[in-house]
Design a protein around this ligand. Structure first.
Ligand code: PEP
Ligand code: MN
Length: 274
């Protein structure tokens, strides 16, 4: 395996950490940033209900996905461009910052002016041409680790974005594929401190796609905070049983509110804020 921590992402000294600004949020500034929302935008009502809940609970950035990379081509693929007015309605009513995945250059062009933060997901991490295009923008980016990427490969993907000019990259550990099947993926929790040894970029965790089960999302989120992650990217749905995607791993509003209470208490014990 190639051993590569590129010059753009490599730490310059032991205490070298940088933040990534998204609107008025500074990811990596010592606070624990919560980015929450449904797996996919499904309707105006679903988006607004979720946005109100996550804002009330203290999330700063809203997961606002219009394009979904689904394993089956027959599964819900997201609302696509039809959902853009919904994003604008969420922004207008709640003032939340918006974050969404791009799977292609066409998505990037479509969403660029409507979201505050872009995401390249686990599948896109190996799409080097997309990474270069995202690198030509100046939008903050969440770059997820592919389900089979070593940390070297993950950091190489980040290097593509930085060397193309965009330094606003937040790394996201979202679980890797292993032999165990009870969880959807295996949360590589030590990837968080390991990445922090190798790079100065902020690191967050996706407890939802790691766990794959709502019952395990809380423990994964608390582990992320305890191990020094700069935040989480978490799925919340007003009615998980009726979700068009990933309902089994989505937190209901009461479950999310109680998790946020626990995270705030844990953060306070660590001398941090959520
Ligand atoms: C997502 O967060 O919406 C997603 C598709 O996750 P991943 O890219 O980690 O599979
Ligand atoms: Mn999902």
């Amino acid at each position: 395996m190639e051993d590569f921590v590129g010059p753009q992402v490599r730490k310059q000294s032991a205490d070298h950490h940088e933040t990534v600004r998204c609107g008025d949020v500074e990811i990596g500034d010592g606070r624990f940033t919560v980015i929450a929302g449904p797996c996919a935008i499904e309707s105006l009502d679903q988006a607004l209900l979720t946005a109100r809940v996550v804002k009330e609970a203290g999330a700063k950035i809203f997961r606002a996905c219009l394009f979904k990379p689904r394993t089956s081509p027959y599964s819900f693929q997201g609302m696509g461009a039809d959902g853009i007015p919904i994003l604008e309605a969420v922004r207008a009513e709640t003032g939340l910052l918006l974050e969404a995945e791009v799977l292609s250059l066409a998505h990037l062009e479509l969403l660029h002016d409507h979201v505050d933060m872009l995401r390249v997901g686990a599948r896109g991490m190996r799409n080097y041409e997309l990474l270069k295009e995202v690198g030509r923008t100046r939008k903050p980016l969440i770059l997820k680790r592919s389900m089979s990427a070593t940390l070297d490969e993950f950091l190489s993907a980040a290097e593509y974005v930085l060397m193309s000019g965009n330094r606003n990259v937040v790394l996201c550990e979202r679980g890797i594929r292993t032999f165990t099947t009870y969880t959807r993926n295996t949360l590589d929790i030590l990837a968080v401190p390991a990445l922090k040894e190798l790079t100065y970029l902020p690191v967050i965790v996706d407890p939802s796609h790691s766990a794959g089960r709502a019952s395990l999302v809380g423990p994964a989120s608390k582990a992320a905070l305890a191990v020094g992650a700069d935040g989480i990217l978490i799925e919340v749905h007003p009615n998980p049983a009726a979700a068009l995607s990933d309902g089994e791993q989505s937190l209901s509003p009461p479950a999310f509110l109680s998790l946020m209470t626990e995270l705030k208490a844990l953060a306070a014990a660590m001398g941090k804020e959520v």
